[in-house]
Design a protein around this ligand. Structure first.
Ligand SMILES: NC(=O)c1ccc[n+]([C@@H]2O[C@H](COP(=O)([O-])OP(=O)(O)OC[C@H]3O[C@@H](n4cnc5c(N)ncnc54)[C@H](O)[C@@H]3O)[C@@H](O)[C@H]2O)c1
Length: 246
C-alpha cells in the first residue's frame, strides 16, 4: 500500500495511542537482535492484549505471517511511518519554570525524533537567559523564528495556559502538549494532548486502595492492627516469552 493511501486510512484513536507502545517494544527487541516476534510475545512486551494487538496492527495493514509472527524491523518502520516519525519534529516549550527546565534538559526527545528548538517565556527576567544551550525568547521572537509546523509544549501555570495556547495557535501551531492542570479550548483542527501525573497517581491510589481492601477482606484472619499484614499491591514480575537476547 502506498504512503498516500496509508495516510488516508482511518485508524481508531485508541489504536493510535497504543502504536507508541508497540514501537518502543519493537525498538527494544530490535536492539537486542530479535528479528521476528510472535503477536503474543509482542503484546506481552508492549503490555497490551494480543487480540487487541492483532486488531490494532490490522488497521496498518500488518497481519504478520501465520505461525511465524511479525518482522521486527519492518513493523517498526511501518509504525514509525504511520506516526509521522520519518522526519524530525520541532518543539517549542512554553513556560520556562521548573518543569520547562527539566523538559529542556531531557535528552530523550531528540532520540525519538523531536528537537526542542525554542524555549519561550513571558517573564523579562527569564527571557534572554540560556537553558540547556538555548536562549529563552518571547512569543514575538518565536513568531519570527519558528516555521509553520511545530509542536508546542505548555508548561505555564494553569491560569496562563489558555493565553499561551491562544498565542501558539495564532502562530499556526496545530499540536499542543499541555502539562498545565487545566482544560484549554482550541479551534477545530488543533490537537491537544494532556499529561497529568497527579491524575495518574490518583488512578494508582484508587487501585492501591481497591487492592488493599480486597487483601484485607480475603485475609480476614490477619488483624488490621496486628502489624503483620504484608505489603500489598506489588506488581507481578513480567517475563518475556522470547527469552534473553543473545
Ligand atoms: N503534568 C504534570 O504532571 C505536571 C507536573 C509538574 C508540573 N505541572 C504543571 O506545569 C506547569 C509549570 O509548573 P512549574 O513548576 O514549572 O511552574 P513555574 O511557576 O516554575 O514556571 C512557570 C513558567 O511559566 C511562565 N509563564 C507564565 N505565563 C506565561 C505565558 N503566558 N507565556 C509564557 N510563559 C509563561 C512563567 O514566567 C514561569 O517561568 C504548572 O501548570 C504545573 O501545575 C504539571
Amino acid at each position: 500500500m502506498s504512503t498516500a493511501s496509508a495516510a488516508r486510512r482511518e485508524i481508531p484513536e485508541a489504536t493510535v495511542a497504543r502504536l507508541p507502545l508497540y514501537l518502543r517494544a519493537l525498538r527494544s527487541l530490535g536492539a537486542r537482535g530479535v528479528e521476528v516476534i510472535s503477536s503474543e510475545a509482542l503484546s506481552e512486551a508492549a503490555g497490551v492484549r494480543s487480540t487487541g494487538l492483532r486488531k490494532d496492527l490490522s488497521h496498518l495493514g500488518s497481519y504478520g505471517v501465520r505461525g511465524v509472527g511479525y518482522d521486527v524491523g519492518r513493523l517498526s518502520e511501518e509504525i514509525s511511518r504511520e506516526l509521522g516519525l520519518h522526519h524530525d519534529w520541532s518543539v517549542a516549550i512554553i513556560g520556562m519554570g521548573n518543569l520547562g527546565h527539566a523538559l529542556a534538559a531531557y535528552g530523550g526527545f531528540a532520540t525519538r525524533g523531536f528537537s526542542v528548538r525554542w524555549l519561550v517565556d513571558e517573564d523579562p527576567a527569564v527571557i534572554g537567559t540560556e537553558i540547556a544551550g538555548l536562549q529563552v525568547i518571547d512569543f514575538a521572537d518565536l513568531a519570527k523564528q519558528a516555521p509553520e509546523s511545530i509542536i508546542a509544549v505548555l508548561a505555564t501555570p494553569p491560569h496562563a495556559a489558555q493565553q499561551a495556547a491562544d498565542q501558539a495557535v495564532a502562530l499556526g501551531v496545530r499540536s499542543i502538549l499541555n502539562f498545565a492542570p487545566c482544560v484549554i479550548t482550541v479551534p477545530d483542527g488543533v490537537e491537544v494532548r494532556k499529561v497529568d501525573l497527579a491524575t495518574e497517581l490518583q488512578i494508582l491510589a484508587f487501585h492501591e486502595q481497591r487492592g488493599r481492601d480486597g487483601e484485607l477482606s480475603s485475609r480476614h484472619f490477619v488483624s488490621k492492627d496486628s502489624g503483620s499484614a504484608r505489603s500489598i499491591g506489588a506488581t507481578k514480575e513480567r517475563r518475556t516469552s522470547w527469552g534473553e537476547a543473545p
